[in-house]
Design a protein. Structure first.
Lengths: 286, 318
């Protein structure tokens, strides 16, 4: 499968951020009171995600490994500010409806997760498609939740009132508990579909990487040195993380690992913790 | 001869009680309340109870059919849920809302968590609170004798005086089953006599609630005010029929006491300091969520086990 299309498929279905990775739950639960809000939130996140993925990917050799998090945040925050001002100028109603959740896109874990686990290790074009796939996956997820909640809670879909539901509004679905209940049901439906697909003999490719999931959802992702275990491992021969961490390893193998552009990179990423230790020791000595 | 020497493994004595029998007792105990509700509010109440019971049983049956599980409709627990839910609704509630509440109670609160014995909160109360949040207007529209008016508790909250004798008998507005403290007590005494519930949880609940009202109610030891609070709202129904739900109440003796105090204090808090006049449903649901924690800290010591001595912590300056 083409790598770019694979990225889209990955974001929309295989590792859908809302229904599979369960990332970005805060906006997912808070703003999906209507379908339009869901789409608005999803698309603005997508724009930020695509742009920040591209920027971070382009700068990946310039950003020192040890300050990558602040650097990512600066990039993401710049794009979020741009999106925020544009939205305030051209879509004031949506801006009002989304409120605090627009600036909070800065700390959306999908965006940071993609930057950390994909964009910082891959070329610009695949990173862009990764951003598009993940962003659209998020948008689809939010829109689905929004539609269901709007129909049940307000008797309308995409702000168009459904006459048959005029007197049948269930206010709970417009409130926070309704968001949890709808999300739970949609995840259940998704799991049923997945299981059906597996039974039909179309098993979904297993999610690769450490543990069961993506590095983005892994609490060790910042400390983890086994960075070669990204999702497109199928293109590469299996690499022993211990070997990757050492710059002395076979030159060819190092080149094949996703994040290691040159042996310097590998050295830095492989010995983060020892650098930090040195720093502390140094300070104590002074 | 052979009978005399027959050796079998334990248990040797079996009680006749099973789930459906206990549920049957509960249904019987609710009958006075139910009949009084129908007399009090008319045939509309009868219809609502029927709708709730049928939709509860039907949704349990259909859900189990859909997920391919063995049907448990026969244990009558869905009937009890439907009956209790209906007794907690105003008789003017639209039918479709009652149906949605019943489906929510059975499918979301009970079956999705694994069915009877696994539900984390009382299904009937879960359904009631769902309806209360979703349809605040129709759920608090209390009519009595064709006239819409405040419930005794709401009147009490705004400082009016209420007729406590009417409240004891139940000739007041309110939900179908909560008005008559007398009928509920008759059912409760029956349940206690047949051994389905014990007095610990309801007793501690009511006593701690009464103490709370005396301390913080603002009326001191005013018997009329106290009786009105005890007979008003869902306190009696909740204390005897819903707080004592086997699944969602603690089984340890000390746990039951803590659970009861929790209920009493929360109900008092909601009623005296909350916005709404009533708080029994929320108090019971909230305490239901605390049950696993309560049970964990109140596990009794097994017979013969010596209590471990606490290692004294040596303070730094000693």
């Amino acid at each position: 499968m083409n790598r770019n299309i694979e990225r889209l498929y990955n974001g929309l279905w295989k590792e859908n951020p809302t229904f599979v990775l369960m990332l970005g739950m805060c906006p997912t639960l808070a703003v999906t009171t209507s379908a339009i809000n869901g789409i608005g939130m999803g698309l603005s996140t997508t724009v930020v995600l695509v742009l920040s993925n591209m920027m971070i990917s382009a700068l990946r050799n310039l950003i020192p490994d040890r300050v990558r998090m602040p650097a990512f945040i600066v990039v993401v925050a710049s794009f979020v500010t741009m999106v925020q001002f544009l939205m305030q100028g051209f879509l004031p109603t949506l801006y009002e409806a989304l409120g605090i959740y627009i600036p909070l896109i800065v700390v959306n874990c999908i965006i940071l997760g993609r930057a950390e686990s994909y964009a910082s290790k891959n070329p610009v074009i695949p990173s862009m498609f990764d951003g598009i796939g993940m962003g659209l996956g998020f948008t689809v997820g939010l829109t689905f939740i929004g539609v269901v909640r709007e129909i049940l809670g307000a008797g309308s879909a995409f702000n168009v009132a459904i006459p048959a539901l005029d007197n049948y509004h269930i206010a709970l679905f417009g409130l926070a508990p309704g968001a949890f209940i709808v999300l739970g049901f949609l995840v259940a439906v998704m799991n049923v579909i997945r299981r059906k697909m597996e039974e039909k003999g179309k098993p979904l490719p297993a999610v690769q990487g450490c543990l069961a999931g993506d590095c983005a959802g892994c609490s060790l992702s910042t400390a983890c040195t086994g960075k070669s275990l990204t999702h497109h491992v199928d293109e590469l021969p299996p690499v022993n993380p211990a070997e990757v961490a050492k710059p002395t390893a076979n030159e060819m193998e190092v080149k094949q690992t996703a994040n290691a552009k040159n042996s310097e990179d590998v050295e830095k990423s492989g010995s983060d913790s020892s650098y930090a230790d040195d720093d502390i020791v140094g300070k104590e000595d002074k | 001869m052979s009978d005399l020497l027959k050796v079998s493994s334990s248990p040797h004595v079996r009680a006749k009680d099973d789930t459906s029998r206990i549920m049957l007792y509960v249904i019987l105990a609710l009958m006075p309340t139910y009949v009084f509700g129908v007399i009090n509010f008319g045939l509309r109440a009868l219809l609502l109870v029927g709708v709730c019971i049928i939709s509860c049983v039907l949704s349990e049956f259909l859900f189990e059919k859909a997920v391919g599980k063995k049907s448990t409709v026969g244990d009558l627990s869905a009937v009890v849920t439907g009956l209790l839910l209906a007794l907690n609704l105003p008789h003017t509630l639209p039918i479709w809302q009652a149906v949605i509440g019943s489906v929510f109670a059975i499918v979301v609160v009970k079956m999705l968590f694994g069915g009877l014995g696994q539900n984390f909160m009382n299904p009937a109360l879960g359904g009631r609170v769902f309806l209360l949040i979703s349809f605040a207007t129709t759920m608090t529209n209390f009519e009595f004798d064709g006239v819409a008016g405040p419930t005794p508790l709401a009147a009490l909250k705004t400082g009016e005086t209420v007729n406590t004798l009417d409240m004891l008998i139940g000739r007041t507005g309110g939900t179908i089953g909560e008005t008559s403290a007398l009928c509920i007590l008759v059912g409760a005494i029956f349940l206690i006599l047949v051994g389905v519930i014990d007095l610990v949880i309801p007793g501690v609940y009511i006593v701690s609630f009464a103490i709370f009202i005396i301390l913080f109610g603002g009326h001191g030891f005013d018997t009329g005010y106290l009786v009105a609070h005890l007979c008003g709202g869902g306190l009696m129904l909740g204390a005897f029929f819903m707080a004592t739900d086997y699944v969602t109440s603690p089984i340890t003796p000390l746990g039951k006491v803590i659970f009861g105090i929790c209920l009493g204090v929360l109900t008092g808090l909601f009623r005296i300091f909350g916005n709404s006049a009533e708080g029994v449903s929320y108090a019971i649901i909230f305490s239901n969520l605390l049950v696993p924690l309560i049970e964990r800290v109140t596990v009794p010591r097994a017979f013969g086990v010596v209590k471990e001595k606490k290692v004294r912590e040596v303070k730094a300056n000693e």
